[in-house]
Design a protein around this ligand. Structure first.
Ligand SMILES: O=C(O)CCC(=O)C(=O)O
Length: 276
C-alpha cells in the first residue's frame, strides 16, 4: 500500500506555530511521505546524471573553488530546481508546507527559492549563518523549509541550529574555516547560547526563521549521503527581496513581482545580497 501523508490536525499546526515563535524553528516529522522522498531522490539523481546549465554543473563548487579532490566538485548543490523541473516546483508549493507557513507568518506565504544538497560522504558543511542576510526580505524575514531526504545525524552532517536567535540582529559575517565549510561566511554563536544538532528522519521538515543562526558540519561518514531539499519563503506582503530570488511565486503557482532590494543590509552598500 502506498503511504499517504499524515493528516495534520489544526492543533498540531497551532502547537508547531507556538514552538516556532518561541524557539525560531520547529520540526514537522514525516511531512514528505516515503514515496515523495524517493521521488525527490530520483529527480535529483537524474539532474546529477544529465546536468542543467546555469542551475547544476558538476565540477563547480559554490564559492568557485575548483578542487577535484573535494566531494562537492562532483556533487555541488542544485540551485532553483523549481525553475526547470515541474516536480521540484510541485514540492516547493506543497499544500502541507503552505499550511504551516500560513500559521508561522500569520498570512499567505510566497515562495522565493529551492535548492537540493547531495552532501556526499566527505563533503564539507556550511558554516553558521543567517538566511535573511542573503534574502534581505522587507518587511519581516524569510522562513526556510529544510526537508531531509536521508536520515541525518552528527556523523553525516545534520543541521545545527542556535535556538532563540530568531530575534537576533542580522550580522555581517566573519570568515569561516575553509576546512570545515564550503561557504566563507560565519556568524558566531551569541554569548550564553549554544548550537544544537537536529537529527532528522528522511521526510521530516525543519522550518526556521531567517534570523536563526544555523549551519552544518562536514559529512564524516564514509558511505552515507546527506541529501536535503531546501526551500525559502516570505510573507505575502513582502515588498522587496534580493534580486536573484525574483520573481516570487504564490502558493497557487502564479508569479508575484516585488522590487529588488537595494539596501546592502548589515555589510553596507557594497553587499547587495546573493543567492546563498
Ligand atoms: O544543509 C546544510 O548543510 C545547510 C543548509 C543551510 O544552512 C541553508 O540552506 O541555509
Amino acid at each position: 500500500m502506498v503511504a499517504q501523508p499524515r493528516p495534520a490536525p489544526d492543533q498540531e499546526i497551532t502547537a508547531q506555530a507556538q514552538f516556532f515563535a518561541r524557539e525560531g524553528y520547529v520540526l514537522a516529522p514525516g511531512l514528505f511521505t516515503p514515496g515523495e522522498v524517493q521521488e525527490v531522490r530520483e529527480i535529483f539523481a537524474q539532474v546529477h546524471a544529465e546536468g542543467v546549465p546555469g542551475h547544476y554543473e558538476p565540477r563547480q563548487v559554490a564559492d568557485g573553488v575548483q578542487n577535484p579532490d573535494d566531494p562537492l566538485y562532483q556533487y555541488p548543490r542544485v540551485m532553483m530546481p523549481h525553475r526547470f523541473n515541474a516536480r521540484a516546483r510541485h514540492f516547493l508549493l506543497l499544500p502541507r508546507v503552505a499550511d504551516r507557513l500560513r500559521a508561522f507568518f500569520g498570512t499567505e506565504p510566497v515562495a522565493a527559492q529551492s535548492m537540493y544538497y547531495f552532501k556526499p560522504p566527505g563533503a564539507r558543511g556550511q558554516a553558521l549563518h543567517q538566511d535573511q542576510f542573503y534574502l534581505l526580505v522587507e518587511p519581516g524575514s524569510c522562513v526556510a523549509a529544510w526537508t531531509a531526504i536521508d536520515d541525518t545525524d552528527v556523523e553525516n552532517g545534520a543541521l545545527l541550529v542556535v535556538p532563540k536567535t530568531n530575534d537576533a540582529d542580522i550580522v555581517c559575517p566573519a570568515v569561516a574555516d575553509a576546512r570545515e565549510s564550503y561557504t566563507s561566511h560565519f556568524v558566531p554563536v551569541p554569548e550564553g547560547l549554544k548550537a544544537q544538532v537536529v537529527p532528522m528522519k528522511a521526510g521530516d521538515t525543519l522550518f526556521f526563521n531567517g534570523s536563526l543562526i544555523h549551519g552544518s558540519g562536514p559529512n564524516r561518514s564514509k558511505t552515507r549521503f546527506r541529501r536535503s531539499f531546501i526551500c525559502h519563503y516570505a510573507a505575502g506582503d513582502v515588498r522587496k527581496i534580493s534580486g536573484g530570488y525574483r520573481p516570487l511565486i504564490r502558493m497557487d503557482g502564479t508569479e508575484y513581482e516585488v522590487e529588488s532590494q537595494q539596501s546592502g543590509g548589515p555589510c553596507g552598500e557594497g553587499w547587495k545580497g546573493a543567492l546563498h
